[in-house]
Design a protein. Structure first.
Length: 158
């Protein structure tokens, strides 16, 4: 006889094409993200990053984050272990080697471990792209709306 354990049906959270998320491990409380179902990985904007080996020999990234466009001189520095280096082709067709990191995000009531790469996105409006790997299984995207988690009021289409 096969015992069936408790099965939890998880209903994906409806989000818009733009939202705000947090990085609890890095004490980053609010970062605007663009939801990009065409991107595989999430990509985080960094002003700069350095790679070094930790005491245990693991590769670690020191990230300098500029979280406020109005105050680019204000930086938040975080350290994160590098899962591996990956080759990424940007939307402009340029191939780069980027560090792949794993961290926890909080988007609305959902906390989830995701993989993300880091790059300079200073010319872009959003500090982060949230790709389909991070979205899978947890989120449904309404591309006609944005900031659905900010309030419960229906938003007018733009």
């Amino acid at each position: 006889m096969v015992q069936a354990g408790p099965t939890a049906v998880v209903t994906p959270l409806l989000i818009g094409r733009k939202e705000y998320l947090a990085f609890p491990e890095w004490d980053v409380r609010r970062l605007r993200v663009k939801v990009d179902t065409g991107a595989f990985h999430a990509a985080l904007d960094v002003a700069a990053y350095e790679l070094h080996r930790g005491a245990d020999g693991q590769l670690v990234a020191r990230l300098s984050l500029c979280l406020d466009r109005k105050h680019p001189d204000r930086r938040t520095v975080v350290h994160a272990p590098v899962v591996k280096m990956v080759g990424v082709t940007s939307s402009t067709g340029v191939r780069q080697e980027r560090p792949l990191l794993e961290t926890t995000i909080r988007l609305g009531p959902v906390e989830k471990r995701i993989l993300l790469t880091v790059t300079n996105r200073s010319g872009m409006r959003s500090r982060m792209l949230l790709g389909r790997e991070a979205l899978a299984g947890s989120f449904l995207v309404d591309v006609s709306r944005k900031y659905l988690l900010r309030s419960e009021q229906p938003e007018q289409r733009t």
